[in-house]
Design a protein around this ligand. Structure first.
Ligand SMILES: *Cc1c(COP(=O)(O)O)cnc(C)c1O
Length: 396
């Protein structure tokens, strides 16, 4: 059996999205900036897609949506723009959290080198940031607060509406990386007090290489790429017409089926949590309730996450460990460490992220395979032997 359980990494393109994009890759290849009808047809299609995305997010107008090439670009542009505009007013402090995606954290690192001061809020062991801690960390010179809506590794949902309200009161732009949330849980930029929001198509069944940035009217945005006047001068470069149409179609589809998908995926996820937490000396990471429907993150004592992934791959299961694994490093993920999980335990992590394309049979397969695989890896693990023989104290 082949089981794809890594939907937080990327998703399959839906047939609805594929159908929406195909004509714009074949016969309708005009450039939206061209003045003749063949180009204007593409322009109109892009504008319709913009209205669809705006309406799915609860935006006041289509002009608040800027299409980009990915979630990473949206994060980079939103953060860099707010920082540069803040600096012009002498405000050079940015507030964020320890467990953001690298698209946010690395952008903040770069700004630090340029003289900005960054405060990263701690995350509690339930994987949720506390609004009162955000309130206490906001300063007079804070030019941006950026807190993700749903974490990509543990799936926990952050109190974005509350933090957004704090920022609104103080007149500070509030950005949220909603890449793991859009298309999976209700997202409403008005109700959630969001000024800027990043999303990415390939996390909700559109193709890779297309994203969007919501920017509330009245919030200025500096261009990130210099060039033509596309996207009202906010994002130069000829539009990815087919990708934009697929993104809008996939989002429309996800919003129309949101309740139904959430119920089904949550039920499958809860079966995973119930079944896998029976494995001795394991723990489920992050709040069991405040989480997106599809994501489960666990740690198993005495094993290496990478070894578990390779063993699961041999059984046909695609999952993730959540570890940085850059250049073969076995350092555990910054997200798990930010939740206060001990280093040694964080190395034995597993992220399963399922979606509406998964079936109950596939969940059965995971529930049968993971416990057996963990047991067999433990039987070969010197670390596990130390736990088993009482030479090391159990952490969970
Ligand atoms: C995937 C992801 C991104 C990056 O999106 P890309 O479109 O792959 O660049 C950013 N933030 C979060 C939370 C993500 O899950």
């Amino acid at each position: 059996m082949f089981v794809y359980a890594d939907n937080a990494a990327t998703t399959a393109v839906s047939s609805f999205a594929l159908e929406a994009m195909l004509p714009w890759l074949t016969e309708k290849y005009g450039n939206p900036s061209s003045l003749y009808g063949f180009g204007q047809e593409a322009r109109e299609a892009v504008e319709k897609a913009r209205r669809t995305v705006a309406s799915c997010l609860g935006a006041a107008s289509a002009g608040e949506i800027c299409f980009t090439s990915c979630g990473t670009e949206s994060d980079n542009q939103a953060i860099t723009s707010c920082a540069r505009l803040g600096a012009r007013k002498g405000k050079k402090h940015i507030l964020s959290t320890r467990f953001e995606h690298h698209a946010v954290l690395h952008t903040l690192k770069k700004l630090e080198k340029d003289g900005f001061e960054v405060t990263l809020l701690d995350v509690r062991d339930d994987g949720v940031v506390r609004p009162e801690e955000a309130a206490a960390a906001i300063r007079d010179d804070t030019c941006l607060v950026t807190v993700m809506l749903a974490n990509n590794e543990v799936g926990t949902i952050q109190p974005v509406a509350e933090i957004g309200a704090l920022c609104r009161e103080r007149g500070i732009p509030f950005h949220t990386d909603a890449v793991q949330a859009v298309g999976h849980i209700p997202v409403d930029v008005a109700k959630m007090n969001i000024d800027l929001l990043s999303l990415s198509g390939h996390k909700f069944h559109a193709p890779k290489g297309v994203g969007a940035l919501y920017v509330r009217r009245g919030i200025p945005l500096l261009p990130f790429l210099e060039g033509g006047a596309q996207e009202r001068g906010k994002r130069a470069g000829t539009e990815n017409v087919a990708g934009i149409l697929a993104l809008a179609a996939a989002l429309q589809e996800a919003c129309a089926k949101l309740d139904e998908n959430m119920a089904r995926v949550t039920a499958m996820r809860d079966r995973l949590i119930t079944g896998l937490s029976k494995i001795p000396h394991s723990r489920v990471n992050g709040s069991p309730e405040r989480r997106v429907p599809g994501t489960v993150n666990l740690c198993f004592e005495g094993i290496e996450g990478e070894n578990l992934l390779l063993a699961l791959d041999r059984e046909g299961i695609c999952a993730s460990s959540g570890s940085a694994c850059a250049s073969g490093s076995l350092d555990p993920s910054h997200v798990l460490l930010s939740l206060g999980i001990p280093y040694e335990l964080a190395r034995g992590s597993l992220r399963l992220s399922i979606g509406e394309y998964n079936s109950d049979e596939e969940i059965d397969c995971i529930l049968e395979t993971v416990p057996r695989t963990v047991e067999s890896l433990r039987s070969l693990s010197p670390l596990w032997k130390e736990y088993a023989e009482g030479r090391r104290e159990h952490l969970c």
